[in-house]
Design a protein around this ligand. Structure first.
Ligand code: UTP
Length: 239
C-alpha cells in the first residue's frame, strides 16, 4: 500500500487494541505502556488518534459466569461492555493527561475529544457485536484515513492458525474477502474471531483502509502509519 501521509500533515487514525493483548489473563502492563508510548509518539508527529480497547480475559470470565447464572445474551453482552471499559480505564491511566479522562461512550463525544487534542479511549457501545465493530464505526464516523487492529494473531489467516496448522497468513485481501471469511461466525457473547462480521461489513461498506497487525508491531505504529512495511494483513477497499 502507498504511504498514508502525502504532505506534512498528520493522519487521522482509529486504533483498536484487542483485549487479548491488553488483558490476556491479567492486565499486561508492559503492553499497555508500549501502547501509551506509541500513541504519545503519534501525537507528537501531529497525527490525530482515536482508540478502542477490547475486554480480553476479563470479559470472557464475567460473560461465562453470567451465562452459568442464566443471564440473557443481552445481559452477557452488557457485562462484556463493562469489561472493555475497565480495560479502557487502564490505557487512560497510562496515557495520563493526553487522554480524555474517562472511557468515551459515544462516537460524537470521541470526535469532540479528538478535535480538542485529547485521545478518546472507547470500550464497547451496545450489545450484539464486539469492539471490532465499534472501531470500524468510529473510524467511519470520524472519517479516519486508516483503521488499525492490534491482536494476539499477527494478521488474517485462511483459517484459525490456533486450530489449523496449515492456515496461511494473507499479506493483503479485499474487504469483500474478509466479509466472506467471517460471515459464518455466530455473534454470541464472547465470540472469538479475527474481525467480527459486523465490523467487517462496516469496513467493506465504508471502504475503510484497514490493517490487522500483531502485538509485536505496536512499537512501529508511527512508521507503519506513515507507510513503512509491516508484517500483518492489509484489508483493501473493494471486492
Ligand atoms: P471484545 O470486543 O473484547 O471482544 O468484546 P473481542 O474483540 O472478540 O475479544 P478480545 O477483547 O480481542 O479478546 C467482548 C464481548 O463484549 C460484548 C460482546 O459479548 C463481546 O463478545 N460487547 C463488546 C458488546 O456486546 N458490544 C460492544 O460494543 C463490545
Amino acid at each position: 500500500m502507498p504511504p498514508y501521509r502525502t504532505s506534512g500533515d498528520g493522519v487521522r487514525v482509529t486504533l483498536c487494541f484487542g483485549g487479548s493483548i491488553i488483558a490476556p489473563n491479567v492486565p499486561d502492563l508492559g503492553c499497555i505502556r508500549e501502547i501509551a508510548d506509541a500513541l504519545r509518539e503519534l501525537r507528537s508527529r501531529r497525527h490525530e488518534v482515536l482508540a478502542v480497547v477490547g475486554g480480553g480475559a476479563t470479559s470472557r470470565t464475567y460473560i461465562e459466569a453470567a451465562r452459568k447464572l442464566k443471564a440473557s445474551d443481552v445481559s452477557c453482552d452488557t457485562i462484556g461492555i463493562d469489561a472493555t471499559r475497565l480495560n479502557a480505564r487502564l490505557l487512560i491511566a497510562a496515557l495520563g493527561e493526553l487522554a480524555e479522562p474517562s472511557p468515551v461512550l459515544t462516537f460524537e463525544a470521541a470526535i469532540r475529544a479528538m478535535l480538542r487534542g485529547k485521545i478518546p479511549v472507547m470500550g464497547g457501545t451496545v450489545p450484539g457485536h464486539t469492539t471490532d465493530a465499534v472501531a470500524a464505526m468510529l473510524a467511519n464516523s470520524s472519517r479516519s484515513e486508516m483503521l488499525m487492529f492490534f491482536t494476539d494473531v499477527d494478521g488474517v489467516y485462511t483459517a484459525d492458525p490456533k486450530l489449523d496448522p496449515s492456515a496461511k497468513k494473507l499479506e493483503a485481501m479485499t474487504a469483500c474477502e474478509l466479509v466472506k471469511l467471517v460471515t459464518g461466525v455466530k455473534m454470541e457473547p464472547g465470540v472469538k474471531v479475527i474481525v467480527d462480521p459486523v465490523g467487517a461489513r462496516i469496513i467493506e461498506r465504508a471502504r475503510i483502509r484497514t490493517l490487522v497487525l500483531g502485538r509485536h508491531e505496536i512499537k512501529r505504529m508511527p512508521e507503519i502509519l506513515e507507510g513503512d512495511k509491516h508484517s500483518g494483513t492489509a484489508i483493501l477497499p473493494g471486492g
